[in-house]
Design a protein around this ligand. Structure first.
Ligand code: CMX
Length: 383
């Protein structure tokens, strides 16, 4: 079912409109983006259940300028998000609608978009949009041992800082970007590709330890001169967030852990290692992993060794949990195929200052999991 993603509003006087909606809603646009192909500058305002997209025509040839010339400022279009814009185009063509382009076009906010002609939709200009993989540019931080860490910044620098950490074999662009898009209106977001993952490099000796990952977080806070930040972590990222809060409590404000686990035995380690075998992946999966990580073969090998070390660290993990004082939100999945719900409950029980939320999902995944609910819970917990 397509979901209302934004409401387009054609405007003439940008500041007057922004000030008016600030008076109405108490919030201002969190970003502005030029879409040259649409000859428009867009201003996005987070209205919780959907966004407002203020449309400022770039020149007289703009479709938005023609709209303004005919109708003046006002509602311009409704935009609905679909998983696949090409499939949606085929469906609507087959249903007899006239589409305003042959293929999806580049849109604002990491989208591919197309429109249905308003003459066939009772005078309402309808846009369909698909969120594309983030083409974000990374900052690079270099550790003393020469390894580099890629970080991705979104949102206003003067907003409350929130550092986000992906899971094992994940990366910011492929796993955390969809969540960052839902939070960038309210936070100074900094996504970290943990050592060896995504655009970050492995240590010179190809080993990965929790100490490497915690050092990635500390180096990121130092790099952005952030004295104190909220931390969000998914799966492995949640363990790194906990260890970072334990190692430097004065630098961690609030924690949010999604699909955490703190008890490892040989069986769970074996299950995790089986997921970290590149040779058993399909050619398509291998291509995707090579596009995602600098060196997936070495990363997967280093992660298998890292997972092997975890069953011997259960006591250290338990000590970390009991020592974390930060207010923590623990979010579990009721049918997580990797970490049983009991593990989430134990993490919640072991933390001195924690709240608990259980969401429905059969996948150990954030982008393919209950993403909107996670974003909403984070807004509530961090504000
Ligand atoms: N909502 C409802 N009806 C609209 C409309 C809108 N936003 N824009 C135009 N129309 C109607 C006009 O009223 C007119 O209807 P009548 O013939 O009954 O009077 C008809 O569409 C044709 O309008 P036009 O001004 O004569 O012709 P245009 O050259 O403006 O073409 C349209 C209209 C919809 C094809 C054009 O505006 C278009 O291609 N829009 C899609 C692209 C776009 O709007 N981009 C900006 C947003 C980008 C983004 O969200 O990123």
């Amino acid at each position: 079912m397509p979901q209302l993603e934004h409401v387009g509003i054609a405007i003439d006087e940008v500041e007057a409109v922004i000030n008016c909606f600030d008076d109405l809603l108490g919030t201002r646009p969190y970003k502005a983006e030029t879409v040259a192909s649409q000859q428009v500058r867009t201003h996005f305002l987070d209205a919780a259940t959907a966004k407002l997209e203020f449309l400022d025509a770039l020149n007289d040839d703009s479709a938005v300028q023609r709209f303004l010339d005919r109708r003046g400022e006002g509602l311009h279009h409704l935009a609905f998000e679909v998983d696949d814009a090409d499939t949606a185009m085929e469906r609507l063509r087959a249903a007899g609608f006239t589409l305003l382009s042959d293929t999806p076009q580049p849109g604002a906010d990491d989208k591919r978009i197309f429109f249905v002609h308003p003459k066939e939709t009772h005078g309402v200009l309808v846009e369909f949009c698909e969120t594309t993989a983030a083409e974000w540019t990374a900052d690079t931080i270099t550790h003393d041992d020469g390894r580099t860490v890629a970080t991705y910044e979104r949102g206003a620098e003067d907003a409350p800082p929130l550092v986000l950490l992906h899971g094992a074999a994940g990366s910011i662009r492929d796993e955390i970007a969809p969540l960052m898009r839902r939070l960038e209106s309210s936070y100074h977001l900094i996504g970290v590709d943990l050592s060896g993952h995504g655009a970050s490099s492995l240590p010179p000796d190809d080993t990965l330890t929790m100490e490497h990952f915690v050092a990635d977080v500390q180096a990121t806070l130092d790099h952005y001169a952030v004295p104190e930040a909220h931390l969000f972590g998914f799966s492995l990222g949640s363990a790194v967030a906990l260890r970072s809060a334990h190692a430097a409590p004065d630098r961690v404000k609030r924690l949010a852990l999604f699909a955490p686990n703190h008890q490892w035995d040989a069986s769970l380690a074996a299950t995790m290692k089986a997921r970290l075998r590149l040779d058993e992946r399909s050619p398509e999966e291998k291509r995707a992993l090579h596009a995602q990580h600098k060196n997936p073969e070495r990363l997967f090998s280093a992660l298998r060794d890292f997972v092997d070390s975890l069953p011997a660290r259960n006591d250290a993990i338990a000590d970390t949990l009991s020592g974390v004082r930060a207010s923590t939100l623990v979010i579990g999945l009721d049918e997580d195929p990797l970490f049983p719900i009991e593990s989430t409950l134990q993490v919640h029980e072991a933390l001195p200052n924690a709240r608990l939320s259980i969401l429905p999902s059969r996948r150990h995944s954030l982008p393919k999991g209950p993403l909107p609910q996670v974003a909403s819970l984070l807004h509530a917990h961090l504000s």
